[in-house]
Each structure stands twice: as structure tokens, then as C-alpha cells.
Unconditional design. Structure first.
Length: 316
């Protein structure tokens, strides 16, 4: 086992936002984007234990109590697992992305913290070893320790969660020209509540349709076939229910598809929506049109355009 000795006294880390589910891949598919994201500053202190000295960009919504914050809780689990609970840490969390956006806000914070402590301790082991600790943060944030946000935030790129028991994740290839247009409407769709409205029982014909679409999407990613990716991104299980929580969801999809999107869907549990495009310019035009439509129905919004982020977290 590595010594896990302190190699740095302070580090600043950026961790990216993510799009989970990717329409048909509920709880098993996700990818990272270049923006938005969160920043974590972590310092070694003389007093054992973890403190959170500052949180910005959260409008006072996140706890400074280290036993109740996803960043510190996941870091604490990591330190206990390597026998270094004696280390003293001070954490600053700077939220550079909206909370409750469906873009993996808690995941970005959690991954930022884990990557920071990994860096401070000179831990050169495979980042996959951090995934169970990141899932602990997700469990605290939304009551369910799923990996479709934290895995792509941690590894970068496009990720498939093949199994949860045992945990098995696969990083998928993707066409380099694929761009993502994201719009976050200023409405509230809490993740816990969004999960509660999902059906517990489904018809076999719907399950077969969903399996076919997931297989088609993964095949399209491997083949670099953007048209196949677009044809496969249809959800008959979750989107019909969750779309009711997002104002004018189907109108926004119509606008995006008519403007050149190859697919359109909900990011995570919403309310953010996203479209895949074949180039950056089309993605930017789509975000502009969607924001204009939302303004017309008196809803503010934020927009982001990005290729798929293959880097994951980084020291800045």
C-alpha cells in the first residue's frame, strides 16, 4: 500500500459538471462537460479533523458542518480507508455552478474534494478507487448513491455504469465532433422529488424499447455514428413523467430539433435540458433560441456549450 504522505500543503481543484442518464440510460450513463463546474481549495492544518471555512456561490444553502457536507463526508471516508484520519484539513468550496440544476452539482463538489486530497497525499492509484467514496457523497445529497454523475466527473468522458453490485464502470469512446448545448431554466426540480415520481413497474414492451435504445446509443458511440446516437436517444420510461416538471419541455425539444440538434433530453433529474449537435455553432444557436423561448414565458435561464470533457478534475 502507498505511504500516503503529505506532498503538498495546499491545492486548488476544478471538477466538472455532468449530464447523467443521457435520455435512455437512467442511472447508468453520463458524461462530463467543460463548464460549469466547482472549485475546491484544500489546505493541510496542524489540528486533526476536517473543517469547512468558506462556501461561496450557494446563497447560504450548503452546510459548513463537516458531518453534513458531501465534500467533507466523502473525504473523511477516504481518509479512514487509508488509515490517515489523523490528518487535519481546511476546505473552501466555491460553487461555480447552480445547485439543483440537474448538472451534478453535488457530484462536482464531492469529486473536487476527493481529487484534492488525493493530490495532497501524492496518491497515484487509479482514480476508480475514489468512486465508492464519491458515491457516499451522492447518497447524502439525494438519498441514492448512484454513479452516473460522479463517475464521469471523476474520470472525464462518457461513462457506462454496467453494474452497481459489484460496482463496474466502463469509459466509452465518443465522436470528437460531438457538442452539447445545455440550458438551465430557473425553476426548482429537487432530485429526491424527481426520483419519487418515477414508475416502479413497467411493461415488458417498454423495457425492450429502452434496452434497444441504450444498446443503440452505446453502439453509436463506439462506431462514431452520430445519426445512430440521435436515433437511439429516446426514453419511454422516465422522460414522459419528469418532463411534466419542466416548463414547455416538448416545445423546447421541437425548437432544438428544428435548429439542427441530433437529440434532445433532460439532464439528470432536470430542470436542465441538453441537446447533442455535430458542431459548436449549432449548439450555440440552439441555446440562444431556447433561452429566447424561456424569456418569452417569463423564465430566466443559464446556458452552456461544451464538447465532452475527457479530462475530468484538474489542479488549477
Amino acid at each position: 500500500m502507498p505511504a500516503f504522505n503529505i506532498t503538498e500543503k495546499e491545492v486548488r481543484v476544478f471538477a466538472p459538471a455532468t449530464v447523467a442518464n443521457v435520455v435512455c440510460g437512467f442511472d447508468v450513463l453520463g458524461f462530463a462537460v467543460n463548464e460549469p463546474g466547482d472549485e475546491v481549495i484544500m489546505r493541510i492544518t496542524d489540528k486533526p479533523g476536517i473543517t469547512i471555512s468558506k462556501i461561496t456561490g450557494d446563497d447560504g444553502r450548503l452546510p459548513l458542518n463537516p458531518d453534513k457536507n458531501t465534500v467533507s463526508v466523502s473525504v473523511k471516508h477516504y481518509l479512514q480507508s487509508i488509515g490517515r484520519a489523523d490528518i487535519g484539513l481546511d476546505i473552501e468550496l466555491h460553487k461555480k455552478m447552480p445547485i439543483g440544476s440537474g448538472l451534478g452539482s453535488s457530484s462536482a463538489s464531492t469529486v473536487g474534494g476527493l481529487f484534492a486530497i488525493k493530490t495532497l497525499l501524492g496518491d497515484t492509484s487509479d482514480p476508480i478507487n475514489l468512486l465508492p467514496f464519491a458515491m457516499k457523497g451522492e447518497e447524502m445529497a439525494c438519498g441514492h448513491g448512484h454513479a452516473d454523475n460522479v463517475a464521469p466527473a471523476l474520470f472525464g468522458g462518457f461513462v457506462l455504469v454496467r453494474s452497481y453490485e459489484p460496482l463496474d464502470v466502463v469509459r466509452l469512446p465518443h465522436p470528437k465532433e460531438l457538442y452539447c448545448a445545455i440550458v438551465f431554466p430557473d425553476v426548482d426540480v429537487p432530485t429526491r422529488e424527481a426520483r419519487q415520481i418515477i414508475r416502479n413497474k413497467i411493461q415488458m414492451k417498454d423495457a425492450v424499447t429502452q434496452w434497444g435504445n441504450i444498446a443503440g446509443l452505446v453502439s453509436g458511440l463506439f462506431m462514431g455514428d452520430i445519426d445512430l446516437i440521435g436515433r437511439s436517444m429516446k426514453d419511454v420510461l422516465v422522460e414522459p413523467v419528469r418532463s411534466m416538471l419542466i416548463p414547455d419541455f416538448y416545445k423546447m425539444r421541437e425548437i432544438a430539433m428544428e435548429t439542427g440538434a441530433v437529440s434532445f433530453g433532460i439532464s439528470g433529474s432536470g430542470p436542465s435540458v441538453f441537446a447533442f449537435t455535430k458542431d459548436e455553432e449549432t449548439a450555440r444557436i440552439i441555446t440562444q433560441k431556447l433561452q429566447k423561448h424561456l424569456t418569452g414565458i417569463k423564465i430566466g435561464s443559464q446556458a452552456y456549450v461544451s464538447p465532452i470533457n475527457d479530462a475530468g478534475p484538474k489542479v488549477i
